[in-house]
Design a protein around this ligand. Structure first.
Ligand code: CTP
Length: 425
């Protein structure tokens, strides 16, 4: 109970980024200990101050020096046999904004569940009051062992976050649950611990990426959309606790963790998926760059090159305007679109908002540095149905996504009796 209270307090006090955060990385003895090195690298890259605590058996798998060099800190390998004094261990526990134990063996899980402190990591853990994420990794029979599961339940009830291991072939040649998730996933789930879950209970439907409209079996009409903005919107909603469905055209980026991904190719397919799902959604955000036209009659066979012709004409017909249809059908939903413009940004965005019956539109200029297709950053202006607007300067697409949800919650939340939330940087 006390742990839960402390956990909540910390989550609300700290912001979502790792910059300047003190993270304790506990590493136990398992073949997956090498993945902790990559996790450390990701945390450092994100600006975290990382303090590594290794158990004696972890030292059998990865050298302490690797963690010392990468963390730019002393590594705690024992209560009495390191430069880091036992008093400093308590300081580390006090300073921690979060703790992640990856890999976590059955041994450390058992000790934490029973308040046993017989080495550096288990001792520090008793003094920790920050959020804790445990990443179990072991042989699948060990993982499924009733006592281990019982201990994990205890830790979960104590307020710790347990990251479920993946399934597959394990180092011990058995197949089943027990594999340590990839470092990128551990990093992402750790970030989620820091984010206020102000979209909890909300169903968010997002579209992203381009559509492809077939000319023949090997060629298509499409556009330069990378999907980065839509994926950032979906990821941000998931981090903030929403139940997210992402309907995506073909892109070359990895989907966010913890979402329901629906892959489509054509505008027609996207229309079907979005319109089928919209009645159930609370917030719908169309970020996709939908092709407005498609070839009227795609060829069944590859179009062959012909000599001495005056080029080739393809007759195009209009695709459904998904957002406009959603605008006609919407009832309680908050409906948002994006307007990619090369000129007259404001007037074009306002016309689109009106024509498509939107609650909000994000307008951005394409073809300028730091904004639009393919870029990791964007610069948008938000226009709301109620006449308000907000300029968002150039920033990472994930940060823009947070600003968008801040605005949506401020408007939509107010309508539905929610308190206005503060900005999540
Ligand atoms: N959109 C849509 N279906 C389409 C075309 C666009 O749902 N067939 C959505 C986009 O996902 C975006 C918004 O409508 O949220 C505006 O898209 P945009 O391409 O900027 O505008 P269009 O409506 O296509 O108008 P134009 O191309 O003339 O600017």
């Amino acid at each position: 109970m006390l742990m839960n209270h402390l956990l909540l307090r910390k989550i609300f006090l700290i912001d979502m980024t790792f910059k300047g955060k003190n993270i304790i990385l506990g590493v136990c003895g398992g073949i997956a200990a090498y993945k902790a090195v990559e996790l450390l690298r990701l945390l450092k890259k994100a600006g975290a101050e990382v303090r590594v605590v290794m158990t004696e058996s972890a030292l059998e798998f990865v050298g302490e020096l690797t963690f010392r060099v990468l963390s730019e800190n002393d590594v705690c390998t024992g209560l009495f046999n390191t430069d880091v004094s036992s008093v400093r261990h308590i300081e580390w526990a006090n300073d921690a904004d979060a703790v992640v134990i990856a890999p976590a063996t059955a041994n450390i899980i058992g000790k934490l569940a029973n308040a046993i402190a017989d080495d550096a990591l288990s001792t520090i853990m008793l003094a920790v009051t920050s959020p804790v994420m445990i990443c179990p990794s072991m042989n699948s029979n060990m993982y499924e062992n009733l006592a281990v599961q019982r201990n994990l339940d205890i830790l979960e009830n104590d307020g710790m976050f347990i990251l479920e291991p993946g399934s597959g072939e394990l180092a011990c040649k058995t197949t089943g649950a027990g594999r340590l998730p990839e470092p990128a996933m551990i990093f992402d789930r750790l970030e989620k611990l820091f984010v206020k879950k102000d979209l909890k209970g909300k169903k968010v439907l997002v579209s992203a990426g381009p559509t492809r409209e077939a000319i023949d079996p090997v060629r298509y009409i499409s556009n330069h959309s990378s999907g980065k903005m839509g994926y950032a919107v979906a990821r941000c909603a998931e981090l903030r606790g929403a139940d997210v469905c992402l309907v995506s055209g073909p892109v070359a980026i990895d989907p966010p963790f913890g979402i329901d991904l629906v892959k489509i190719e054509t505008a027609d397919e996207m229309a079907g998926e979005i319109l089928d799902r919209m009645d159930d959604a609370d917030i719908i955000i169309m970020v996709a760059a939908v092709a407005d036209y498609r070839p009227a009659a795609p060829e069944k066979l590859k179009i062959k090159k012909k000599d001495n012709t005056n080029g080739l004409s393809i007759s195009l017909i209009e695709n459904p305007d998904i957002l406009k249809q959603a605008g006609k059908r919407k009832k309680r939903q908050f409906l948002m679109g994006f307007a990619a413009e090369t000129n007259d940004l404001e007037i074009n965005a306002l016309i689109k908002m009106e024509k498509k019956n939107l609650d909000m539109i994000a307008a951005n200029l394409v073809g300028v540095a730091g904004s639009g297709f393919g870029s990791d950053t964007n610069k948008v202006k938000l226009f709301l149905k109620n006449g308000k607007s907000q300029d968002i300067p150039v920033m990472e697409k994930t940060q823009i996504a947070h600003r968008i949800f801040d605005s949506i919650l401020a408007e939509h939340g107010a309508e539905h009796g929610r308190e206005e939330i503060s900005h999540v940087p």
